[in-house]
Design a protein around this ligand. Structure first.
Ligand SMILES: Nc1ncnc2c1ncn2[C@@H]1O[C@H](COP(=O)(O)OP(=O)(O)OP(=O)(O)O)[C@@H](O)[C@H]1O
Ligand SMILES: [Mg+2]
Length: 393
């Protein structure tokens, strides 16, 4: 593939960057796209695995067919088989009608099995059979149906490690790993960072009609040196939020420094929409309002903590809100007063949950596995909550 072709793929498919690692990935994409070979993509969260899968589909002869994305981490285990392979009427309680699974919906196209490491072992057995026979059997069905679907899988786990631990079937691993594409973390391809910053800044400003004055060189330098545990997704969120915060002004190193590495000291409530096509006065007012909201919100949380309502057994406290129950005198004596003033912003359980999840993801740079550990919930539950609250991770 010559450079012109590479450039074309890059542009058409939205790949930004000129690191050798990215070029190698683009070459592999081009090579495998023409075939039906199974591809396993691995890489940390936010590195671009879905973008790679989508590119393979887009460059293949199946590109007129569907591209079906299935996140195995987000589907409750109990209905995984029926979601993937469909079911016949009455095959289990609640199966009122027959239903096509994702494999059937992907007929003539590509199915992208994301977070494959999350797939329960019983489903792995069924999947292996599908890969071997190229046919599916609906749950409760008696005759199988042949399918024409290209399979791409992805994981941010060390699948071989999962095989060793007995959580992933070895035979399935080798079936899936026909071609492996490893998408490196952003810190392993730092030369892509300035290009990505520019790209995200420009497209965000264009979409939101913001006049954009750019980043200073030392601001970019700081961002190049940061580790980006949440990879490209974290970088994108960071660039967009700093542009909003700086209202399109030239962004210097101090603004970046203040928000790196843990930009948690001041942030928007994710429930409040950000309207950026406003006059500067309106924006100013909105920012002030948000800051006040945040402070009031935190007072309410502090009050909750002081009153001990946060102190659930075996539960980690929100960062910055750990409270020593035995030493409650250190807090203002006029707690009742705070309570009165914050009555109108008393958060609901749902808001608190959303807040906690947001914070955990922010703290781990969007790494869902680490966030789930921090929150002491399963990764599956975390995926479900992210979707439910529409969190930007
Ligand atoms: N090379 C790139 N150029 C431009 N944008 C990119 C690039 N790689 C990834 N992105 C963007 O970064 C974001 C994250 O990418 P993607 O969803 O593909 O990551 P992922 O590896 O699937 O993450 P996760 O494991 O969290 O699902 C997306 O908005 C995607 O468009
Ligand atoms: Mg993904």
């Amino acid at each position: 593939m010559d450079d012109r072709q590479l450039l074309k793929i890059r542009k058409n498919l939205g790949f930004i960057g000129n690191s050798p690692a990215l070029e190698q990935i683009l070459r592999t994409i081009e090579q495998v796209a023409a075939t039906n070979i199974i591809v396993l993509i691995n890489g940390e969260s936010g590195t671009g695995k879905e973008l790679v899968a989508n590119a393979i589909h887009a460059l293949s002869s199946r590109n007129n067919g569907p591209f079906v994305v299935v996140n195995a981490g987000a589907i409750p285990e109990g209905i995984m088989d029926s979601e993937l392979f469909g079911h016949e009427k009455g095959s289990f309680t609640g199966a009122v009608g027959q239903r096509k699974g994702y494999f059937e919906l992907a007929e003539g196209g590509t199915i992208f099995l994301d977070e494959i490491g999350e797939m329960p072992l019983e489903t792995q057995v069924r999947l292996l059979r599908v890969l071997e026979n190229r046919e599916i059997l609906r749950v409760g069905g008696s005759t199988s149906k042949s399918i024409d679907v290209r399979i791409i899988a992805a994981t941010n786990r060390d699948l071989l490690g999962e095989v060793r631990e007995g959580r992933f079937r070895e035979d399935l691993y080798y079936r899936l790993n026909a071609v492996n594409i490893h998408v490196p973390s952003l810190r392993e391809r730092k030369q892509d960072i300035p290009l990505l910053i520019n790209h995200f800044a420009e497209s965000f400003c264009e979409q939101n009609r913001i006049e954009y004055a750019g980043f200073s060189e030392d601001a970019i330098d700081l961002m190049v040196h940061y580790d980006w545990p949440g990879n490209i997704r974290e970088l994108k969120n960071f660039v967009e939020s700093i542009i909003v915060m700086e209202r399109g002004m030239h962004i210097g190193s101090s603004a970046v420094q203040n928000r790196l590495p843990a930009p948690s000291h001041f942030r928007f409530d994710p429930q409040l929409p950000i309207h950026v096509q406003r006059s500067s006065e309106e924006l100013e007012r909105e920012f002030l309002y948000r800051a006040l909201f945040e402070i009031k919100h935190e007072i309410a949380q502090l009050r909750e903590a002081v009153l001990g309502k946060y102190l659930m057994p075996n539960r980690r406290l929100m960062p910055g809100f750990s409270v020593d129950k035995n030493n409650i005198e250190q807090y203002p004596a006029n707690i009742e007063k705070i309570e009165d003033e914050t009555e109108d912003v008393f958060p609901t359980m749902q808001q608190m949950e959303q807040e906690l999840i947001y914070r955990a993801l922010e703290k781990t740079g969007g790494n869902k596995r680490k966030a789930a550990i921090l929150l002491e919930i399963s990764e599956r539950t975390l995926y479900r909550k992210i979707k439910e609250y529409d969190l930007p991770f």
